[in-house]
Every structure is written in C-alpha cells, then in structure tokens.
Design a protein around this ligand. Structure first.
Ligand code: ACO
Length: 325
C-alpha cells in the first residue's frame, strides 16, 4: 500500500508587538524616513505587522507555533521523529534553529535540521518532510517556518522596511495510507542571487558586507508571478489535476498584487485565495504556515479540501505543493 504524508495539525504564533501602518509611519518619520499608510496599502495590501521583542528569536516563535500544531494533532513532542525548520533568520550561525527548537520543545534525539530557501522555505521543508515520510525515514514530522525579519531590515530604506514582519507557523505531518500531499515542484535559479539578498557574512569576529536586506522590488515582482504560475501548473500536472480542482490557493504572503496576478494567471477567483498579508506583512518562510493555520482555525479551510501552497523568494527559489487537508 502506498505510503503518503498528511497534515494532522497546524499552529502559528505572532509576537505581541503589533505595528499598524500608522505606527510604523510615525516611527519612520521620527528617523526622517517618509512613507504613508496609503502608499503601503495600495502597493502591498499590508496594514499591520508584528515585531519580536529584543531577545526573542526564531526558535521562540517556532516553539509556540510547534506546540500549538502538536496540540491540534493530539501529539506529544516525544512522538516527533523529524524536525525541519525553514528560516532565513536563524538564532545562530550554527547550530541549526531546528536543534535549538528541538531542545526547547523537549523532543531530543530525533533528526533536526534547517532549510534555507527564504520565502520558499516552508514549501521546500514540507516537500522534504513528505519525501522522508514516503521513504519510511520518518513517520511524524514537525515542519516549522519561523522568522524575525525585523532584525535584518534597514529602517532607513522605505522600499523594504514596510514590507516584512515576524512570526511562525507549523504543521505536524504524519504517515498515512490516504493522501495527503499529492505532488510538489521545487526550483531555484542562483543567477538571481542579487535581486533579493542579505549580502553580509561573519568573518574573523566581524560582519563583512551589508547585514541588512536588499531588494530590487520590480525585478522580484516580475519574476515571481511567472514562476508561481509555472510551479502551480507543473504541480497540478504531476497529480493529474487542473486549476478547477483547487479549493484553496495558499500563497506566500508577500504582496496582495503578486497574489492577485497569480490568481488571474491560474484563472482562480480571489475568493479561493487565502490572504493574510494585511495583518501579518511578509513573514518569509513563516507566511504560508501562518496563513494556513489562520484559515484552518477560522473555519475558512476545511479537512478534505484540496490546497495548493506556493512560495517564491530569494535565491531565487520557488515551488508549489498540492495536498488534501
Ligand atoms: N513609501 C512611499 N514611497 C515609496 C515607498 C514607501 N514605503 N517605497 C518606495 N516608494 C516610492 C519610490 O521611491 C518611487 O518614487 P519615485 O517614483 O519618486 O522614484 C515610487 O514609490 C515607486 O517606487 P517603485 O519601486 O517603482 O514602486 P513599485 O510600484 O514597484 O512598488 C514594491 C514597490 C511594493 C516593492 C513592488 O515592487 C513589489 O511589490 N515588489 C515585489 C517585491 C516583494 O513583494 N518582495 C517581498 C520579498 S520577496 C518575496 O517575498 C517574494
């Protein structure tokens, strides 16, 4: 009998400090950086984001999301035999945030590692966990997306600092005789490294290069829409399904205009798109599981429905994953 993987619980967590656009506009104005609620809403759809307090790390946000997902799945940390954390804002250079999270969770002993694919990270991590479950290497995986992007934002650069937020989302993925994850499609093209990156690195005890996020927004926008369309179509084809079979598109929450363009290309009504960017901003690898958990807990998305998850981000990386919830 074919072995599938299936999501049995979802969870998410947002740090308590919430900044509306008005709050952020006022903070930036005090530094001489000019922006407005109107500009941010019109260009991005973002109305608020959460920022973690000093001393709170990706593993802390991931821990809360993981606990909530385990509770929803009716599982204990000891049941988990694989932890994958998708993050581009790890707690340390090493060890992995997954190992730090594992220890905080009390799930010590199971395999744990990070996936670094920026905003595509959660789709990458879920596809890897699915493969490991299908091969029998794992049977109960915790897949987490967690980010503290506020730490790598340049608050003197209005073209980027208004876009991102902090948060975490998680799913428990378990072996199952019924599907589950139906198909996935992952890609990267390293020739686009420079359009979205944090170019600095640590060397000899100092940071060399710029440790803050740099982005060519228009180049990202143009690439993102086409790549998301191709990944979605390739994933559907692998499962012998079409756009008409999708109950919900759960896209990376970068920008409402990217989501609208993608939905248009897939001939999907926006009524079928889970949208949380207004309240969360772009939380990179956390954005898809955060959106998924929000939609599950509000009753918008239901067990048995067919979901297409898709992400795109720095690298350039992109991918999609089709599943029955
Ligand atoms: N407030 C006010 N004005 C601003 C701001 C701001 N925060 N940021 C830029 N502007 C100004 C610019 O200076 C420019 O002014 P000018 O015409 O006088 O030179 C004007 O607004 C237009 O700037 P553009 O960069 O052309 O604005 P655009 O319409 O391209 O929107 C944006 C910028 C929102 C970043 C857009 O390019 C975009 O959505 N790109 C996708 C990138 C994205 O979402 N990245 C997220 C990370 S990647 C990912 O997750 C996939």
């Amino acid at each position: 009998m074919k072995r599938y993987s299936r999501i049995t619980g979802t969870g998410s967590y947002l740090p308590p400090r919430r900044l509306t656009n008005a709050d952020l506009v006022a903070e930036l104005a005090a530094k001489g950086v000019e922006t407005s609620d109107d500009w941010i809403v019109e260009r991005t759809g973002i109305r608020a984001r959460h920022f973690a307090a000093d001393g709170v790390y990706s593993s802390d946000l991931g821990l809360e999301a993981a606990r909530s997902a385990l509770q929803a799945a009716g599982r204990n940390p000891q049941d988990v035999d694989l932890i994958i954390v998708a993050t581009s804002t790890p707690d340390m250079v090493f060890p992995s945030t997954a190992c730090i999270l594992q220890n905080k969770l009390g799930a010590n002993g199971c395999a744990a590692f990070d996936v670094q694919a920026v905003c595509s990270g959660f789709v990458y991590a879920l596809a890897v966990a699915d493969s490991m479950i299908q091969t029998g290497a794992a049977k109960c995986a915790l897949v987490v997306g967690a980010e503290v992007f506020s730490r790598i934002l340049d608050f003197n650069d209005r073209t980027t600092c208004v876009l991102f937020g902090d948060g975490a989302g998680a799913v428990v993925l378990e072996a199952s005789t019924t599907p589950g994850i139906l198909a996935s499609d992952l890609h990267a093209d390293g020739k686009h490294v420079g359009i979205l990156c944090v170019p600095g690195h640590v060397s000899g005890g100092a940071i060399l290069g710029d440790p803050l996020l740099k982005m060519d927004g228009q180049a990202v926008f143009k690439l993102a829409v086409g790549l998301l369309e191709s990944a979605a179509k390739a994933t559907l084809a692998k499962a012998n399904l079409t756009e008409a079979d999708i109950d919900w598109l759960v896209p990376h929450q970068a920008n409402i205009r990217i989501m609208q363009s993608t939905a248009r290309k897939l001939k999907l009504s926006m009524d079928k798109v889970v949208v949380t960017v207004a309240q969360h901003g772009n939380t990179s690898a956390a954005s898809i599981p955060l959106a998924l958990d929000t939609a599950v807990r509000s009753g918008q998305v239901k067990t048995g429905e067919t979901l297409l998850l898709e992400g795109v981000g720095g690298g350039f990386t992109w991918g999609a994953l089709l599943l029955v919830l």
